[in-house]
Design a protein around this ligand. Structure first.
Ligand SMILES: [Zn+2]
Length: 422
């Protein structure tokens, strides 16, 4: 039935094609299996994959053939959690912290997240777009073809809207897919101001975000030092009533019930989970809500690691993100985040690949990403190595040689001649 297939491009010379399981497999909850196809070929028509199989069994003809010369291929990776739009830096904070100054002292002297909010607020839109663009390209060079970006350094309705507009402009300049999220990050110190801000978020910010089509989901930071579960619930219910999906930052430093709230509301994901308790692991069993772990934060801040192994063993579907941000996770490679998840959170290499592909896509509510199979967008990464496990294993070098998105090689960028030839 595949005879006489006609493709624009046939990619051969693939030693191993490692991808989450193919058509008919159950994705999301409990998905931890991959298939590794040896000596594979991928056929591309337009911006989609039209055929995948053993190179010897390719039944059609192709206008053009590219021989990779013996490399492993994986799906385009999905980074489901970043704060890639910011200005300023936290290098002074890092110097202070590594010299023994506590985060509380750094905050009290005007550093920490407050310095990022100030610098981001005073930067121009053009500067924010250009800074973030370079960071996203770094993620793309590490194999990412889908990147989520949150607002959250705005701190006022007007500034959060401005951040989301910057993310929209950024998305138009990039070849990959950008998924924007409205993040309600840090509350004001004064109790009355907190109440007023929650009310403003509900009555002004969320309706305006929906009116302008600026975000697909609303995220909120639930923590002893941030928003409590009552405040979070009222914001998230408002988001759901406006047709947006919801997700949370929860259980980062304390177990405060963010997991239970998020699961009850059918959240796309619960992110962080470093302080998640054994009782909470079980809540994820058979849930569609993804447990997203962010190992860059544990490494950079020296805080406990999220219990990835225990969550998977309890039946959770785990995703991994970089949490790219200036203060707690200056991690500019999704491939490195997956390698850290194996070493710090106890995932196997295969589970890490699922965590950075199928499960990360589900954490963004996407069903058309992160699998190399017929009908999917032609998004994939070519590794330097002939063995896909080097994606996870190698440290300090980029394991990704090429990133392809929508049937085009975007890293390294195609020369004009290559484009003309294509
Ligand atoms: Zn975050």
């Amino acid at each position: 039935m595949n005879a006489n297939l006609n493709a624009d491009l046939l990619i051969v010379g693939i030693t191993q094609l490692a991808t989450p399981r193919g058509a008919g497999a159950k994705f999301g909850a409990q998905m931890r299996e991959i298939v590794v196809l040896e000596k594979a070929a991928i056929a591309i028509s337009g911006d989609r994959i039209s055929w995948v199989g053993s190179a010897a069994e390719w039944p059609g003809t192709a206008s053009r053939t590219i021989d990779l010369g013996g490399c492993a291929v994986i799906p385009g990776l999905v980074d489901p959690h970043t704060h890639a739009v910011w200005a300023g830096d936290r290098l002074g904070d890092f110097d202070a912290r590594t010299s023994g100054v506590s985060y509380e002292q750094i905050l009290a002297s005007g550093g920490g997240i407050w310095s990022t909010i100030r610098a981001t607020t005073s930067a121009s839109d053009d500067a924010l777009v250009s800074l973030a663009e370079q960071r996203v390209w770094s993620l793309v060079r590490s194999g990412a073809t889908v990147v989520e970006i949150k607002s959250g350094y705005g701190f006022t309705v007007a500034n959060e809207l401005r951040m989301l507009e910057v993310i929209r402009r950024l998305a138009l300049r990039l070849p990959i897919r950008i998924v924007p999220t409205l993040l309600i990050h840090i509350p004001p110190n004064d109790t009355r101001e907190r109440e007023a801000y929650v009310e403003q978020v509900r009555s002004e910010l969320i309706p305006e975000v929906v009116r302008r089509g600026l975000a697909q989901a609303v995220d909120i930071f639930i923590e002893k030092e941030a928003w409590n579960t009552t405040e979070a619930e009222s914001v998230l219910i408002c988001a759901l009533e406006h047709g947006l999906r919801v997700k949370v930052h929860a259980e980062q430093f304390h177990s405060v019930g963010g997991v239970e709230l998020a699961l009850r509301l059918g959240a796309l994901s619960v992110d962080h989970l470093e302080a998640c308790t054994a009782r909470q692991y079980a809540v994820f069993r058979n849930a569609q809500t993804i447990a997203t772990v962010l190992p860059g934060v544990s490494l950079h801040l020296g805080i406990p690691k999220a219990p990835g192994r225990q969550l998977i063993d309890a039946g959770a579907a785990v995703a991994v993100g970089t949490d790219l941000n200036p203060g707690s996770s200056p991690l500019f490679a999704i491939s490195a985040a997956l390698g850290l998840a194996v070493r710090l959170n106890g995932l196997t290499a295969a589970e890490a690949l699922v965590a950075g592909t199928a499960n990360a896509a589900q954490a963004l509510g996407m069903s058309d990403a992160a699998r190399v199979e017929a009908g999917m967008p032609a998004d994939f990464a070519v590794l330097q190595s002939s063995d896909w496990r080097d994606l996870i294993y190698c440290m300090g070098m980029n394991p990704v040689r090429e990133t392809w998105c929508k049937g085009q090689r975007i890293v390294p960028e195609q020369s004009r001649r290559e484009r003309d030839d294509g």
